[in-house]
Design a protein around this ligand. Structure first.
Ligand code: AMP
Ligand code: MN
Ligand code: MN
Length: 338
């Protein structure tokens, strides 16, 4: 992270009054916790601040402080002086529509590999475990120059952000810096089990029925280097679940011994499919996702593609086959390609 940018962001935040905070579409634990932490801190500073997201908060994060104050809309209702985009590359990924003839200042706070740096100030660190880790440093830097201080609710958000983006401290972004920040956050009185229980041990029964259907779709390549699975709209109807209940499904194909890449296909509409990719080790799935207009991190990336489930699966699995020099077995090709 460029220290210069940290102090520039700090100066702007201390000065500007009217602020909107947002994150990417289909927000996750890092996006939501990051914006809430900033929101709580800026409110303590007496700022006029609002969180606006295009998509609602998944149920698993309903325990976070001030979560009910997040507004779900595609429009920015006021004309803020500043829009802070967290956990993604810029306004395009947020799905928000900015009123015409209106150019607010934009600050991007993010840790993705794929980032166009199109904010006026970009507080970026690809080595940060989560956007929440960057916000921790920002709040700590601001604390010294203003009356507002880090407290339990803010620490709870930031801990949740690092906890979820490191896959409960399992992924390679579980660096010593990440654990150091998490440790400092615990010292504000956070109970690690309470967070784990809220996020991962309080699932609705229906999500397990969805998981059951998903597991039956899992296929594996000829040499066993990649595996995939899918969810179609009917699965949601049959189990009474929603998109947010697919969280974590992509990890199951990756958990197979020898599998280096897993791909999860989710039917959004009859001609639109969301793709999530995860890898173990060497393979950079962000580079594969970028070929389809998406992006992400080395080991976790995604994109959205036009086309039917069958068409999209065929296209994506062909590219993955090529990058791994492996291929889809014939019997699966018939099923995959119709
Ligand atoms: P997901 O599979 O949706 O959990 O996303 C994995 C990672 O890739 C996250 O860090 C996302 O922010 C990123 N990502 C997912 N979809 C896109 C996209 N269309 N464009 C850029 N980044 C994406
Ligand atoms: Mn995210
Ligand atoms: Mn993140």
């Amino acid at each position: 992270m460029k220290k210069g940018n940290l102090s520039r962001v700090k100066d702007v935040l201390l000065k500007i009054r009217n602020i909107v905070i947002t994150t990417h579409v289909n927000p996750d634990g890092d996006g939501i916790s990051s914006e809430l932490a900033l929101y709580l801190f800026l409110r303590k500073l007496g700022k006029q601040v609002m969180i606006i997201n295009k998509d609602p908060v998944p149920e698993m994060f309903a325990f976070l402080p001030a979560v009910d104050e997040i507004r779900v809309s595609e429009q920015i209702p006021t004309h803020p002086d500043l829009v802070i985009v967290t956990d993604c590359g810029g306004l395009e990924r947020t799905g928000l529509k900015i009123p015409e003839n209106y150019n607010p200042m934009v600050i991007v706070i993010d840790h993705h590999l794929t980032n166009d740096q199109n904010g006026e100030i970009n507080l970026l660190d690809q080595d940060a475990s989560a956007t929440g880790e960057l916000i921790y440093h920002l709040i700590k830097a601001m604390e010294t120059d203003c009356p507002a201080k880090m407290d339990y609710p803010i620490a709870l958000c930031l801990y949740t952000s690092i906890f979820t983006d490191t896959g409960s401290f399992r992924y390679s972004n579980t660096t010593s810096e990440a654990l150091e920040v998490a440790s400092k956050l615990l010292s504000y009185g956070i109970n690690s089990w309470t967070v784990a229980e809220q996020v991962y041990e309080s699932r609705p029964y229906a999500t397990l029925r969805l998981l059951g259907r998903f597991l039956q779709t899992i296929g594996i390549s000829r040499k066993g280097r990649f595996a995939w699975g899918s969810i179609v709209k009917e699965d949601f109807h049959k189990t009474g679940t929603r998109e947010e209940h697919t969280e974590g499904l992509v990890n199951y194909p990756r958990s197979i011994r020898g599998v280096e890449v897993s791909v999860f296909f989710r039917e959004m509409d009859s001609d639109l499919v969301k793709i999530s990719m995860r890898s173990k080790g060497e393979v950079n799935v962000a580079a594969i996702a970028e070929k389809f207009g998406g992006g992400g991190h080395h080991n976790a990336a995604g994109c959205t593609m036009k086309g039917s489930m069958m068409e999209v699966r065929k296209k994506v699995l062909r590219i993955v086959s090529e990058s791994l020099q492996d291929d889809v077995p014939e019997e699966d090709s018939v099923e995959v390609c119709g």
